[in-house]
Unconditional design. Structure first.
Length: 575
């Protein structure tokens, strides 16, 4: 026997199941408990027929639902009872009912009456600007699907252009099936006329090469500086006296220029020990600019460093190989320990023709440098900087990776790593410079760097430098009967290529090394060489002095093996 059920005991999501079940059981007898507690048998009543005054309304409207065909009590899915009820749905809702007889027998659920709410949601609203000049155009934008936007002036469309003369707040509504949404979130357009900014600086007098910070106050918009910079704070590095001004920009309106802010750049005469000219020494057809630094300690003068540039400004391009330049005018800039530049000193390099000249590419061998600039794992981006050294004039990139390598002929390489690269863990990049004289005695060069995609530390085949365009040591090698001899090294104390290391020396073979400067003077000699030369002279001027570090430049060496082989070639010493 089946107990009578209450509609409230049946979850609403079971409505359809119950309705289907009802088709098979509506005529079956059921048991009910009479008023005196005696079980009686009754037939399940038929479900009522539900109708409504509307099937779609706007939010806030009402619908009258009616149930017919029930001889007992109509119980609605809302919990209400009666043959007719009024509902005010806020969301699309389905309604049904059951019929309960006086004996407690309950019908199946009535077919559902669905009431749809056509009122659209409040539309989103954005503005192309929030702070504007009075009268500037601003585009307000919304995004609606079926609903139609209704702007304050009654126009429709996804955008609305306004030109407020004063601070104004906007909102809009949307309409669908004659139903209007709630207002959107409000957007306020603030109108301001820009005021002339007040500019200050932390220092009014500097030396060339130092930076100062300019600050603008009193501007609610964008500050634009007379040198093209922007922002409330602007750092500048002038190399000559300069006056700065600023304007405040709001929309299309600009303020008057601020008062002029002069920055005085103090000038310092070039050091007296810089020579005005250098020349070559036959058989070489290049000159050494470092010889223009006429001090006992050369490039290591206390408290001063030197830069060699092709123009008189610290922003001019650096000389590619100061130790081996062709004829022309170059500039030496002395820089103090606190970062201040002296006036640029011009140096004329004069080249005297030689009867039997050494090819320039031999006295100044092709060399390259590579430095990691960026390793951004989130974007799978690798950026490398290459530099041409010696007599190199061009180079191109190669990689063993399967990703995308941008223009391979540019010295700045941009590479997007592939999934295969990530699985392998490393990507190698090689910068190659061609042989400058084809089948002649000179050779090209290559420089390889391996990047680990799992760590920030590159496995590099080169030295390191704080400036990606500064010269760094190279490790390109040449072979002689299986022995590898470097074409350059950098005894600068950074732990990389600090020694002139000859590799693959056969067991039991002794090595004799002789090194000569460009004037043919022996500067180093060792008859039992142990890969320990650090660029210090042990022959010539003041032999044995720990301060006899040889200057950067090109040197000629003779390497003799006790087995009878001899190699003569040039090397580059770079600090």
């Amino acid at each position: 026997m089946r107990k009578p059920i209450s509609y409230k005991q049946l979850p609403f999501f079971h409505l359809f199941f119950a309705l289907c079940f009802c088709l098979f059981t509506a005529s079956a007898p059921t048991n009910a408990q009479g008023t005196e507690g005696v079980l009686t048998t009754c037939a399940s009543p038929v479900p009522p027929v539900v109708t409504g005054t509307k099937t779609a309304i706007c939010r806030g409207e009402s619908v009258v639902l009616s149930a017919t065909g029930c001889s007992g009590t109509v119980i609605w899915s809302t919990g209400a009872t009666g043959a007719s009820i009024t509902v005010h749905p806020q969301l699309t809702t389905r309604y049904t009912a059951v019929c309960r007889t006086p004996q407690g027998c309950v019908s199946c659920f009535a077919p559902v009456w669905k009431v749809m709410i056509n009122t659209p949601d409040a539309p989103p609203l954005t503005a192309s600007a929030s702070l504007i000049c009075p009268g500037d155009q601003v585009t307000l934008t919304t995004h609606t699907d079926k609903a139609t936007p209704i702007w304050p002036d009654g126009s429709t469309g996804q955008t609305w252009v306004v030109q407020p003369q004063q601070t104004t707040t906007y909102h809009l509504q949307s309409r669908y099936a004659n139903c209007t949404s709630s207002p959107s979130a409000r957007v306020t357009l603030q109108t301001e006329k820009p005021e002339k900014p007040v500019v200050t600086t932390d220092r009014e007098s500097i030396c060339a090469g130092q930076s100062v910070r300019l600050t603008a106050m009193g501007c609610l918009g964008m500050v634009r500086w007379s040198d093209g910079g922007t922002g409330l704070v602007h750092a500048v590095t002038p190399y000559s006296n300069h006056t700065y001004k600023a304007v405040c920009q709001i929309g299309t309106c600009g303020s008057d220029s601020s008062d002029a802010l002069p920055i005085t750049v103090q000038t310092t005469a070039s050091p007296a020990h810089l020579l005005a000219s250098v020349t070559n020494g036959c058989p070489y057809q290049t000159a050494d600019l470092t010889r223009a630094i006429n001090t006992p300690t050369g490039l290591s003068a206390t408290g001063i460093s030197y830069e060699f540039r092709i123009g008189p400004s610290p922003t001019a391009a650096r000389v590619q190989s100061p130790g081996a330049v062709s004829a022309g005018t170059y500039y030496i800039l002395a820089k103090t320990a606190d970062g201040c530049y002296h006036n640029a000193a011009p140096v004329v390099a004069a080249i005297t023709p030689c009867a039997n000249p050494v090819p320039v590419c031999l006295s100044n061998p092709v060399s390259l440098a590579v430095k990691l600039d960026t390793l951004d794992r989130t974007r799978s981006l690798v950026v490398l900087h290459g530099q041409l050294l010696g007599s190199a004039t061009a180079a191109h990139w190669q990689t063993n990776g399967t990703g995308l390598l941008a223009d391979t002929t540019q010295l700045i390489a941009r590479y997007l790593a592939s999934e295969t690269d990530w699985k392998r863990g490393t990507v190698s990049f090689t910068l190659l410079a061609p042989d400058p004289d084809g089948n002649g005695p000179c050779r090209g060069a290559n420089q390889t760097m391996t990047i680990s995609l799992s760590t920030d530390t590159p496995e590099a085949g080169n030295g390191k430098s704080d400036n990606p365009l500064e010269p760094v040591a190279t490790t390109t090698t040449v072979a002689s009967e299986g022995v590898f001899i470097p074409e350059g090294f950098s005894p600068n104390g950074d732990g990389i290529n600090d020694r002139f290391v000859i590799g693959r020396i056969p067991t039991g073979v002794t090595v004799q090394v002789e090194v000569y400067n460009r004037w043919g003077s022996m500067v180093y000699q060792n008859d039992a060489y142990q890969n320990d030369w650090d660029g210090t002279a042990n022959r010539g001027v003041r032999p044995g002095s720990s301060k006899n570090g040889l200057p950067e430049g090109t040197y000629f060496y003779i390497v003799r093996l006790s087995s009878g082989q001899e190699t003569t070639r040039f090397l580059t010493l770079s600090r």
